[in-house]
Design a protein around this ligand. Structure first.
Ligand code: GLN
Length: 286
């Protein structure tokens, strides 16, 4: 009968071997997955390292480790991912929230008018992490969250309810296509932006994420072009368009946004030093 330490050691070796991860990273994943299987926190694992697991407990841990060995992302196994300090429920129907996307949220929060409520549109909301975070950080603003996937919207709606953002509106739409005529103070999006033949799509966690949330045409620019092209007709004077994009797409996004007639165009870099967010403002004052 294995104790907790032996169980974590075995799981670490299995994960490191199957996925080629560093031992430290594999151990962390083993601990996270064991905590989930045993319904305890990681501190419990350390305090109870000599406890002998029951066969049922050992099986529960092994079942999750086996899924990870097959390459399933940890976040999908757990069914949740932290974003901007809150836990979001996720399934393989939605992209796993990334830390880089917190930069998009910060760029939005800095630019939302401070002195009045604003209308915000989040295009391609997925898990709802951007829309729900903005709605919770700025409860005075009205956030509309769009996705063409009904299953994604169900998850986003569930996250809004679980986290107390009851006032977000959810709309099934292919970008702007099904939106009622109305204009926004801000349009924000983390769209798919990977080139459809990018070999990364066949590797690691990306293999398990919805392709329509990742890839967008030969240069990865199709969704971004559609969003920029439709923005001016949907922005209030003085309204902002803010987009997340790939590490090598800042210049293309910058040009598209300028050509669409927006000003105050800016690009921001993420914590890894990659240019990641570009935006601009529709001229005029509200
Ligand atoms: N940043 C993600 C990645 O490269 C892609 C997310 C997206 O396409 N919006 O893994």
């Amino acid at each position: 009968m294995a104790n907790v330490t032996a169980c974590i050691d075995t799981a670490t070796k299995q994960i490191a071997g199957a996925l080629g991860l560093e031992k430290r990273e594999a151990r962390l994943e083993a601990q996270i997955l064991a905590s989930c299987a045993l319904k305890v926190n990681r501190a419990w694992l350390i305090a109870h390292d000599q406890d002998v697991l029951t066969p049922t407990q050992a099986d529960a841990v092994e079942a999750l480790i086996a899924r990870r060995e097959q390459g399933e992302p940890v976040a999908y196994i757990l069914g949740e991912k932290e974003f901007y300090g809150r836990l979001f429920r996720i399934t393989p129907d939605v992209l796993i929230p990334r830390p880089e996307t917190e930069l998009l949220v910060e760029a939005a929060l800095e630019r939302l008018p401070k002195d009045r409520p604003a209308q915000v549109l989040d295009l391609g909301t997925g898990s709802g992490c951007v829309a729900v975070t903005l709605a919770l950080e700025r409860p005075d603003c009205e956030v509309s969250a769009v996705d063409m996937s009904i299953t994604a919207l169900e998850i986003a709606r569930e996250n809004a309810a679980l986290l107390g953002a009851g006032h977000v509106r959810f709309i099934v739409s292919d970008w702007y296509a099904q939106l009622a005529p109305m204009n926004f103070d801000m349009i924000i999006s983390n769209p798919p932006y990977i080139a459809s033949d990018d070999p990364h799509l066949g590797k690691g966690d990306l293999r398990h994420e919805p392709l329509h949330a990742l890839a967008s045409g030969p240069a990865g620019m199709d969704a971004i072009s559609t969003i920029v092209a439709g923005a001016q007709a949907r922005l209030q004077p003085g309204g902002w368009l803010i987009l997340e994009h790939g590490y090598d797409q800042a210049a293309a996004c910058y040009d598209l946004i300028c050509l669409a007639g927006l000003g105050q165009v800016f690009t921001l870099s993420d914590l890894a030093g990659q240019t990641r967010v570009t935006g601009g403002q529709w001229p005029g004052r509200r």
